[in-house]
Design a protein around this ligand. Structure first.
Ligand SMILES: [Zn+2]
Length: 204
């Protein structure tokens, strides 16, 4: 079936996936370039090629409806298991530019694609920024050997300062492998400058 929407859908590997959304039906489908690739199903010792019908079924079901795309909101993500776990249930905020929805995704079966559903609502995520106690404590102790008695106070002051940093100013590094709610980031240069100034004030 032809693409009946005016929205360009990915068909070549490397093109970004599109979250296509039918406003009147509150239905969503992830259109990835791999939709056009066949699925392989095991039949005895053999593999049988079957076209993936997900994209066509969605376009057929919503033909004539007003379809639009949804964009994921940065840092508005929550999951019950780490990102590498295929059985994680994830919630993320998405928007059509006017309204915000919650996109729920999950997988019931390892051989089936992830399923998506749109819910009304938003995520209530409070982000806290902290410095890892170690190796911070040991490197500070190593650098300022004569200031050891001041270290607990300095650590506290540094923690207090980073806790006020807006998390969207941090430079994302990587996600925790074990805890989906934890991710690691680098401080931006102006943050470091701020912390060094604090350091100097503390010592003088
Ligand atoms: Zn529809």
């Amino acid at each position: 079936m032809q693409n009946t929407t005016s929205i360009p859908l990915p068909s070549q590997p490397g093109q970004p996936a599109v979250l296509l959304y039918c406003r009147p039906c509150l239905d969503v489908q992830l259109m990835s370039p791999y939709d056009t690739a066949p699925l392989y199903r095991e039949r005895g010792d053999d593999f049988e090629e079957e076209p993936d019908q997900g994209r066509n079924i969605f376009l057929q079901r919503h033909s004539g409806h007003s379809l639009t795309t949804l964009k994921k909101k940065k840092d508005k993500f929550s999951a019950d298991r780490p990102v590498w776990d295929p059985f994680r249930t994830a919630y993320e905020e998405v928007t059509d530019g006017r309204e915000t929805f919650l996109l729920k995704s999950w997988r019931a079966d390892i051989t089936a694609p992830r399923q998506y559903a749109l819910l009304r609502g938003s995520l209530d995520i409070a982000t806290t920024v902290t410095l890892p106690e170690e190796p911070l404590r040991s490197s500070l102790a190593g650098c300022f050997t004569s200031f050891t008695p001041l270290l607990p106070g300095l650590m506290k002051a540094l923690q207090r300062t980073v806790s006020t940093l807006p998390s969207d100013e941090l430079i994302p590094a990587y996600c925790s492998a074990d805890d989906p709610q934890v991710s690691f980031a680098y401080l931006a240069e102006h943050h470091l400058r701020m912390l060094v100034q604090l350091d100097n004030k503390k010592k003088n």
